[in-house]
Write a protein that binds this ligand. Structure first.
Ligand code: IPD
Ligand code: CA
Ligand code: CA
Length: 265
């Protein structure tokens, strides 16, 4: 498999898609809801996913595609080459703010992330990695991550998980939020993973993400020495929704052992 070709085509397509999104900013969006009134989708989410699928299928008819908006394939396994696409991660931000969203794309082989791209469309910042070849922001190499302590850490964490919610006992994450230097919430899992990868935050926790939310960012985080698992410390399988915990090396283990081990995640 010519991974260099896949990598450069993926980057080219992501930039092209970004251009389409930027030029949609002065058009009226068609906004619909999905599973609940706050689960939003626009015509652009759908158009961008279809754009990627056309490009990938034209070039690689045997590759499989898992896309958030459902235009790709139904996957039963991660065998072979699978593209995982979130055409707009942070749709609510896209609609309300026209910023703080990203295109996320991961290309996996037999369940192993080979290429990861997260494109911050508004800032024209493409974060990208090919496994074993370093990670970059546009053309600039991103340095490897260094260790951090909880008391000096900024943790990206949605307020939902420290308020009464139907998924977890909301008391479980309060000690971590209290002991950390600060918490942040940006509304785009792909960008939050990039913030871990670039050291802008030290860790990111979500109780429920879909594979397309984290597939691209995970490759970049791991390429820089960061660790990404579910909240039980297990490897993510890209086939199901799961909790996600990404952090700097060292800090990942400390948080798992000292703050997460008693939770039922
Ligand atoms: C959402 C964002 C958000 C996360 C949600 C995701 P979407 O993706 O990544 O930060 O908390 O769980 O569904 O719907 O905007 O692509
Ligand atoms: Ca998403
Ligand atoms: Ca999305």
């Amino acid at each position: 498999m010519d991974w260099e070709k896949i990598y450069s085509q993926a980057m080219h397509w992501v930039r092209e898609a970004g251009e389409k999104i930027r030029s949609s900013f002065d058009q009226t969006l068609d906004i619909q809801t999905k599973s609940n009134p706050n689960d939003l989708v626009t015509n652009m989410d759908k158009e961008i996913e279809q754009f990627f699928i056309r490009k990938i299928k034209q070039e690689y008819s045997d590759h499989k595609i898992l896309g958030e908006e459902g235009f790709g394939d139904q996957l039963e396994s991660m065998q072979g080459i699978v593209w995982l696409i979130d055409p707009i991660d942070g749709t609510m931000n896209f609609i309300h703010q026209q910023r703080n969203f990203a295109i996320s794309l991961g290309v996996y082989e037999d369940g192993v992330g080979k290429v990861g791209l997260v494109y911050d469309v508004v800032h024209d910042e493409l974060y990208h990695a090919r496994r074993g070849n370093g990670a970059f922001l546009n053309k600039k190499p991103i340095p490897l991550l260094e260790k951090a302590t909880v008391k000096e850490a900024i943790i990206a964490l949605n307020a939902t998980w420290v308020m009464k919610n139907h998924r977890i006992d909301h008391n479980l994450l309060i000690p971590l939020a209290r002991d950390a230097r600060g918490t942040r919430s940006y509304g785009s899992a792909a960008l939050e993973l990039i913030f871990v990868a670039t050291g802008r935050v030290d860790a990111y926790i979500s109780l429920r993400l879909a594979p397309w939310d984290y597939a691209g960012g995970a490759v970049i985080v791991e390429e820089l020495g960061g660790i990404i698992t579910n909240l039980r410390g297990e490897r993510l399988d890209c086939l199901s929704q799961d909790s996600v915990f990404a952090a700097k090396p060292g800090l990942h283990q400390t948080i798992l052992e000292e703050y997460l081990k008693n939770g039922k995640w």
